[in-house]
Design a protein around this ligand. Structure first.
Ligand code: NDP
Length: 330
């Protein structure tokens, strides 16, 4: 086994979190029960916040960044896992309170592991990553609510060309819904159409303050943007419809009114991937295995080395990343 390996580590420099590469050894890893050799991680918006230092994601320092990992169990003190098992970890506090996936090896707590679903390779599991698994949580929540299944009409995805958005568009379209994609990048229309989007909304029109109730349009929506965009989406949702809120790419505020909720019985469903219980995770991965076309997944994915993460962190926060980025750990 490698004596020392590079980790993308966030450390306290003059009272501020700063990310940089640092060689560490197995003996530096936390004393958790399962040692995983990491093959791939991924790049998510939250990784951008953590690595750039623009968001206080790491709650204890030093912290190995990376909210996702996929790899192979090397050693285990847990009866549930054995060497050779292929595993995935999404969230569970990685990069916040638990050391994460931007390192060749990581020791994790047994409950954090999910068995790699048979349909996916380690690389494909990270092409999905937290973003894709969150998209599946959103789709499951909307289907459980029911309106998108019961009523004909458009399902909206905001931040559509991003990671959560791309997987949400592909999943919803393959499950038979008519998907409208909201994006600020016209040049992604062809790409989004290839994932299954049938209509487009310029994100600028959703970002402007609108009236409390607007023309009913969406039978459901996956929102990754938050703020005024989410308020407008709620104001445009049909009677009895639901919107899943999972993101804040446009802002963490919610400057709206109760009107859609009290006059149209619109429901706002909160979606969290980090601490989602195992049953929800397993269902999300089952939805992905059932409905995500692997060729489409490949078409939305680029693969980058760990060394580029600091640069890519700035790119994802600037909204310049299309689809998903897999981080290859060598
Ligand atoms: P990406 O950067 O890949 O996607 C975000 C997309 O939002 C961009 O591609 C862009 O889409 C759009 N966008 C960016 N900036 C703005 C802006 N200022 N105003 C409006 N739209 C904007 O990120 P991810 O897909 O990884 O994550 C999306 C969001 O979901 C993030 O806020 C992230 O923190 C959150 N998230 C939450 C999770 C949870 O557990 N609740 C889990 C995973 C993600 P376009 O160019 O098409 O307009």
């Amino acid at each position: 086994m490698t004596q020392s390996f590079q980790a993308l580590m966030i450390e306290d420099v003059d009272g501020k979190p700063r990310a940089g590469f640092k060689p560490i050894a197995l003996s530096d890893l936390p004393d958790n029960d399962v040692l995983v050799e990491v093959a791939y991680s991924s790049l998510n918006y939250k990784d951008g916040l953590a690595v750039s230092g623009k968001g206080r994601i790491a709650r204890r320092l030093p912290m190995v960044a990376g909210i996702d990992l996929a790899g192979t169990v090397v050693e285990s003190r847990s009866p549930d896992w054995k060497p050779g098992d292929q595993v995935v970890v999404n969230g569970w506090g990685m990069s916040e309170t638990e050391w994460g996936g931007y390192a060749r090896y990581q020791r994790v707590k047994p409950h954090m592991l999910t068995r790699l679903p048979a349909k996916f390779s380690l690389r494909q599991a990270m092409a999905i990553g937290t973003a894709g698994y969150t998209a599946a949580l959103c789709v499951n929540a909307l289907e459980d609510w029911g309106t998108i299944r019961e009523r004909e009409g458009e399902v909206l995805v905001t931040g559509a060309a991003g990671g959560v958005g791309s997987v949400a568009v592909a999943l919803l379209a393959s499950r038979g819904y008519r998907v409208t994609a909201s994006t600020g990048r016209k040049e992604t229309h062809e790409y989004l159409a290839s994932l299954g989007a049938k209509g487009f909304v310029d994100r600028g029109t959703l970002a402007e303050k609108g009236s409390m109730l607007q023309k009913e349009r969406w039978v459901g929506a996956v929102d990754t943007v938050g703020s005024t965009t989410l308020v407008n989406v709620l104001a445009q949702t049909v009677y009895g419809g639901a919107v899943t809120a999972c993101g804040l790419a446009g802002g963490a505020d919610l400057p709206g009114s109760v009107m859609p909720h009290i006059l149209r019985a619109v429901t706002l469903i909160g979606v969290d991937s980090v601490m989602a219980p195992h049953a929800k995770r397993d269902r999300a991965w089952a939805t992905l295995a059932e409905s995500l076309d692997l060729a489409l997944l490949d078409s939305m994915t680029t693969v980058e080395p760990l060394s580029r993460v600091p640069e890519l962190a700035g790119e994802i926060l600037a909204g310049r990343i299309r689809g998903r980025v897999v981080i290859e750990i060598t």
